[in-house]
Design a protein around this ligand. Sequence first.
Ligand SMILES: [Zn+2]
Length: 182
Amino acid sequence: MKKRTIVVRDPDFGPIELPVEELSEAQWNLTRERIRARLMKSVLWKPGRIYECPECHRRAFAAAQDLVQEVRRADKVVILKNLHGARCSQCGFRVLDGREELRIDDEYERMSASRHEAAVSRVGRGTLGTYWPKAVERSLELKPGTRLEVDVLAPDSAMIRVVRRPGHNRKPRRQCSKPGSS
Ligand SMILES: [Zn+2]
């Protein structure tokens, strides 16, 4: 296999070719497949049998194939249906099969690799401006005057980081509702 490289432009030395480490990803995938194979084989709850519920201890815990799980990340929600596992008909306690946990992991990973397009246009003489998609605006909490740090990694890629001054105009992401306060 040919080793992949990226070219970084250094202001003093010019273009520098750096190898991209691919081995770790291959190893990671192999480990993942091994765990997956093991989990696929293990069925903890046999259909048609009733078990003691781990939560309420009543004999009402049975295999189920219609479990639903919401996967949430930033402003995206995906609802996974017909998941396998077990559920208590008395208290509603439920457990998903290990393989379903993997499916949820996959979905979460898929969602985190969210890619957006932003258009660059001319906003003045020799000045370029970028319009950010609403989803990016919400996720990064962009406001007029927000400062961004841009690290150019290669001629076609960069990493953007939002600069937040501590304690300045920054509300907590999630607020717990307390009784009596609104
Ligand atoms: Zn129960």
